[in-house]
Write a protein that binds this ligand. Structure first.
Ligand code: SAM
Length: 187
């Protein structure tokens, strides 16, 4: 059976979106799985900017990229994703990934937060080029609570339908607050 886990689900759309030479952003680097995917897809002529606020994430992502033989096309930044707009031009980015929550195996207190995630998502919309994609994985429950999920879902519902297409998927029959995959397309 195919893998329908949230990251694999989103990866299908990311693969369809990103072409060689594209500029991409991983807004929540973590252990670098999305950074690696974006780096591989945009290739030597493309570029990936990846953000995280934890040294541990940069270290583990760098190791991951090197051991996977990723092209040398990435910049790993120890900065909040709220600094995104200082590193890229408006209407220039093909794909931005957000994987909310905490670093697996890391400090759960350093998880993403509703207000900063919404600030970064808002910046992401202006950096995206027409036809660009934001892939967003929302986690809730447990240590993550519900505040960030509820704030981000409310923000998504408020986006102008003439400017953005928002597609939310659901693991509809799965108990215990399953993750929510969301795609935002800039029209
Ligand atoms: N996509 C990652 C991977 O492949 O491993 C997993 C990301 S993890 C669920 C969320 C990450 O967001 C954590 O590493 C955390 O440190 C980071 N984070 C939290 N607040 C952030 C912020 N303001 N800016 C950038 N990254 C942040």
């Amino acid at each position: 059976m195919k893998n329908y886990q949230i990251t694999q689900w989103c990866a299908r759309f990311i693969k369809e979106q990103v072409s060689p030479g594209d500029l991409c952003i991983d807004a929540t680097m973590g252990n670098g799985n999305d950074t690696l995917l974006l780096s591989t897809l945009c290739g030597e002529k493309g570029r990936v900017l990846a953000f995280d606020i934890q040294e541990q994430a940069l270290k583990s992502t760098k190791e991951h990229l090197i051991s996977a033989g990723a092209p040398d096309n990435y910049t790993l930044l120890l900065e909040s994703h709220t600094q995104m707009k200082t590193h890229a031009q408006e209407n220039s980015i093909s794909c931005i990934t957000f994987n909310l929550g905490y670093l697996p195996g890391g400090d759960h207190a350093k998880a993403t937060k509703g207000d900063t995630s919404i600030e970064a998502l808002t910046q992401g919309l202006s950096l995206l080029r027409k036809g660009g994609l934001i892939s967003l994985c929302i986690y809730s429950g447990g240590d993550s609570g519900f505040e960030e999920r509820d704030a981000v879902l409310a923000w998504l519902a408020s986006l102008d339908p003439h400017k953005y297409l928002v597609i939310r998927s659901d693991y509809y029959n799965r108990p215990n607050n399953p993750p929510i995959p969301v795609l935002i397309i800039k029209l």
